[in-house]
Write a protein that binds this ligand. Structure first.
Ligand code: GLN
Ligand code: ZN
Length: 772
């Protein structure tokens, strides 16, 4: 019997984003639904065959999704909210997409909120654990009934079987599914729905077994979260029932993204055939797991990183695996990736422009399955059977350990010399007095968050410049003109603190990453963010430093055009970190501090160039919170320190802003206050200022710009509406604390929306001033 080599899930998007093209063509009516179905089937077939050819022996099915695997689960159990008009039977694909995207002109913002349009709204979307993947949030009502309403899992198993690939179907587990959902205003215990849900799962298992499935993978990543006793009990109930439903079918309960921790006893006591654990995120848990796991429980060991892009050190990995195989026998071990490959790019071989050294340190999904296969062969037949592959892996690891491209002693000694004083500024009250005198701004000062519309014209010019069709000089002249027009227009409508518009930026992380040492970019390294939206995260491979100023020229130019203060715009260290693939050879806190020092240099250079107000965007601070509460403090500590390090190199009279959209602030107010930005702008329009409550309760002392313009919607808010929102803020904050601004940058909007909206915003500020 040879060792099982397993993949928990493969990217769905296709090596050249084929799924995106097919989805968008189908949604826009350019192609018939059959064309989409055909592309999807082709991608599934290619994924199965490829994984098989690469040496995986346990291959997933039903990991594919047209949009989202949690939404697939909602369809499977018939959890379709009433408004979508589904009356039973198989959930039609139109209903599925309506749940995902809304209908008729609704636009869905990055965070799954739907806006505008007359049709049905989309369901909400939120982050899948601590990844940058977003799932559609299932909605539950008290007493809700479930019914089998999608044969997808069974269909795809059959489809693979017809191609000669015997798969292990993947389902989102019932407890994870309920816990990730929401119960609207009802606020009832969602777990009370479990007894009604389990029979549907049992039926799916029966059908899969009838088709010939022998193993099924049921994902319960909630096992790495802080759970309540009733939640743990629910897991036991669920698996007792599911195991009974089809005794011949072996269930692998998959956990990932962290340690089982205090859920270990629950996990190992589930009456299932196998348990998958993440030994990358939960690196420390192997020994306790081995001690606790009954001998007959097969262990799927997630030793290849499914969340990151690094090539593994295979010899080291074997050092870990071999004793386990000796102790438990090859039958009892499955060699696996830490989690689904959903979160990494597909194939490194597509990258032709990467530095060859950097490339030699990387592995994407395809390469990671190759690594798993090598591990499997070494465990079956001894290391000598794969000596060459092991040697290549060790050589790559060794070169990574010492490469001067990664290890920059100047950066390291600078970091070592940082003192607490480097992250300190004068007290806020002192800074504020100086800044008030210096800027002489009116009450309720107006500003925007940085970007102005990235029009087709702007994008085309950038693309032409990248392709070499537009010279650097012409591109620059074009950007200068756009910037100048934006500055003039802001003066005309009478904004107080101006921005240059960020026309030169492709993306708030990429723009900076491209100018920093230690960052690499891929051509095809896309990963799914949600639905048909994919991102291409940069790869931080080495010590980060800033060879030369990044934004000083643009901000300086914009400032030279006006007597009003021009706000400099930077992306903060925590956001630069979280929206990239990060190093696994040093603590991420260290990388964050390195980036902080690079940003600090930029802040100081901006000040020197006469920019007296500088905004450091940190929308990712909140989303970076660890999955377990017990780890929050340590994280917040280094995150806040990094921000402060980036912001504290300047004089007290230089005003530091930060911007945090998409964030809730309950539970983390002490850390927000500890960031000690002179001004923070937040996103408050949609919540009708509710998100401001945390600041009010905390008696937040510094200045705040609560957003009054929902930039995710094409709708132009009136001056009355915006005044009403400001009134709400003024009732509970000190009037001299309040700034007036939109929720976020305006890059996704059109000028004919932005112009009237910002005119109305300035009018609203003036109305408030008149009442003072
Ligand atoms: N300064 C950026 C902009 O205005 C901020 C974007 C963001 O917070 N998501 O686009
Ligand atoms: Zn924002």
């Amino acid at each position: 019997m040879s060792i099982t080599v397993s993949s928990l899930g493969f990217p769905r998007i296709g090596p050249r984003r084929e799924l995106k093209s097919a989805l968008e063509a189908s949604w826009s009516g350019k192609t018939a639904p059959e064309a989409l179905a055909e592309t999807a089937q082709g991608l599934r077939a290619a994924n199965w065959q490829r994984q098989k050819a690469l040496g995986a022996t346990s291959i997933p099915s039903n990991d594919f999704s047209l949009y989202d695997h949690v939404l697939d689960t909602a369809a499977m159990v018939g959890a379709v909210p009433k408004i979508y008009g589904w009356t039973g039977g198989e959930v039609p694909v139109e209903t599925y997409f309506a749940m995902a995207r809304g209908t008729h002109g609704t636009t869905v913002c990055e965070h799954g909120h739907s806006h505008g349009g007359k049709g049905l709204p989309a369901q909400e979307m939120t982050k899948w654990f601590d990844t940058n993947y977003h799932y559609i949030v299932p909605e539950f009502t008290p007493g809700q009934e479930f019914a089998l309403a999608s044969s997808k899992a069974v269909r795809e198993f059959r489809e693979a079987k017809a191609l000669g690939v015997h798969t292990r179907p993947v389902l989102v587990g019932p407890v994870t599914f309920l816990k990730l959902g929401k119960s609207g205003e009802h606020g009832f215990a969602r777990l009370s729905l479990l007894p009604g849900l389990l029979p549907v799962y049992a039926e799916v298992l029966r059908q899969l077994a009838a088709e010939g499935a022998d193993w099924v993978q049921i994902d319960e990543p909630v096992l790495v979260l802080d759970l309540t006793d009733p939640e743990r009990a629910a897991l036991k109930t669920a698996y007792a029932e599911l195991a009974k439903a089809v005794p011949s079918l072996k269930i692998l309960v998959a956990t990932y993204f962290g340690n089982l921790g205090d859920n270990l006893a629950t996990a190992v006591s589930l009456p299932v055939a196998g348990l998958h654990v993440d030994l990358k995120r939960g690196a420390g848990q192997l020994d306790t797991l081995l001690a606790a796991a009954p001998k007959e429980l097969a262990l799927s060991l997630g030793v290849i990183d499914g969340r990151n892009v690094w090539r593994a050190d295979l010899e080291k990995t074997l050092d870990l695996l071999e004793p386990v195989v000796d102790a438990r026998g090859a039958d009892g071990i499955i060699v696996s990736a830490s989690c689904s490959f959903l979160h990494v790019p597909i194939d490194l071989e597509q990258e032709t422009k990467l530095d060859p050294d950097v490339k030699s340190w990387l592995a994407f999904a395809v390469q990671k399955i190759e690594e798993l296969a090598i591990l499997g062969r070494a465990l079956d037949s001894g290391r000598s059977a794969v000596a060459d592959a092991l040697e290549a892996s060790s050589l790559a690891a060794a070169s990574r350990r010492i490469s001067p491209k990664i290890h920059d002693t100047a950066v390291q000694s600078r970091l070592a010399a940082v003192t607490p004083g480097d992250a300190e500024r004068a007290p806020f009250a002192e800074r504020r007095a100086i800044q008030r005198a210096e800027f002489g701004l009116p009450a309720f000062p107006t500003t925007t968050i940085g970007s102005f519309p990235q029009t087709d014209e702007v994008r085309k010019a950038r693309a032409a410049n990248t392709k070499g069709q537009l010279s650097d000089a012409d591109y620059k002249a074009f950007l200068r003109k756009a910037t100048e027009e934006a500055v003039r227009w802001q003066e005309v409508i009478d904004v107080d603190v101006l921005v240059h518009g960020e026309f030169e930026r492709n993306d708030m992380v990429q723009y900076f990453g491209e100018q920093l040492s230690g960052y690499a970019f891929t051509q095809h390294g896309w990963v799914q963010s949600f639905g048909s939206r994919y991102v291409r995260p940069p790869i931080i491979f080495g010590d980060v430093s800033r060879p030369k100023p990044m934004t000083v020229e643009w901000s300086g130019y914009a400032q030279s055009l006006t007597g009003r203060p021009m706000k400099g715009m930077l992306t903060g260290p925590v956001t630069m970190l979280f929206w990239s693939f990060i190093r696994d050879d040093i603590p991420r806190a260290d990388t964050c501090r390195q980036i902080a020092l690079a940003i600090r240099d930029e802040v100081v250079d901006l000040e020197r160039a006469g920019i007296a107000i500088i905004q450091i965007d940190e929308p990712a601070i909140r989303e970076g919170l660890p999955l377990r509460r017990g780890e929050w403090d340590a994280y917040l500590d280094w995150a806040v320190q990094s921000f402060r390090l980036s912001a504290s190199g300047v004089k007290p009279g230089t005003q530091i802003h930060t911007h945090m959209c998409y964030s809730e602030f309950n539970d983390i107010m002490p850390s927000i206050a500890a960031m000690d930005a002179d001004v923070i702008s937040i996103e408050t329009t949609r919540s009708q200022m509710e998100l401001l409550d945390a600041f009010i309760d905390y008696k937040y002392p510094n200045e705040i710009g609560p957003g009054i313009y929902d930039i995710h919607s094409p709708r132009v808010p009136s001056a009355d509406e915006m005044t009403a929102l400001l009134e709400k803020a003024r009732e509970r904050l000190s009037p001299d604390q309040i700034w007036v601004n939109p929720d976020c940058g305006l890059k996704t909007r059109k000028w004919d929306e932005v112009k009237p909206a910002l005119e109305n915003m300035v009018a609203a500020a003036k109305r408030l001033r008149a009442t003072l």
